[in-house]
Design a protein around this ligand. Structure first.
Ligand SMILES: [Zn+2]
Length: 144
């Protein structure tokens, strides 16, 4: 079996089979950030100078989505030939944050509805001799 390699290190985990985004949480004002990116709080009304490492909710509500049928212009990389893909913006309730991601493989954008529950998954984005290069995606459902 090929190794699974995150496309960008440090943004997500799939330890124990559970996909999770890795962000930051300000212990002073309670704000959440994804990606964590910097070590200080970016809330302009907060003087927090540290952020705790935090795993974000793996479920949220569909806030918006798009069916992308055109390859991005250079310098952005695109598969050749281009394969259309869906993009979802999912709102995480606890974090009061919207996180973008591709729609999971097999998701039909025509069957999505605003506000429906979405679940975070980690899937291969592409494959090469080194292994499966993975990224987080959004999948409909997730039960309860
Ligand atoms: Zn803060």
């Amino acid at each position: 079996m090929k190794p699974r390699i995150p496309v960008v290190a440090g943004l997500f985990t799939e330890d124990g089979g559970q996909a999770r985004l890795l962000g930051g949480h300000c212990p002073r004002c309670g704000a959440w950030f994804f990606p964590k990116q910097w070590s200080f709080c970016r809330n302009p009304h907060c003087t927090g100078v540290t952020l705790d490492d935090a795993e974000l909710s793996s479920r949220g509500r569909l806030w918006s989505w798009a069916d992308n049928r055109y390859a991005p212009p250079p310098p952005y990389p695109a598969r050749d030939p281009f394969v259309p893909y869906g993009v979802a913006a999912v709102e995480l309730a606890d974090e009061q944050m919207v996180v973008l991601g591709q729609l999971a493989t097999g998701t039909d954008p025509e069957r999505l509805s605003l506000g429906q529950e979405m679940e975070l998954v980690v899937e291969p984005l592409f494959e090469d001799d080194d292994g499966l290069h993975t990224v987080w995606k959004w999948k409909p459902g997730g039960g309860s």
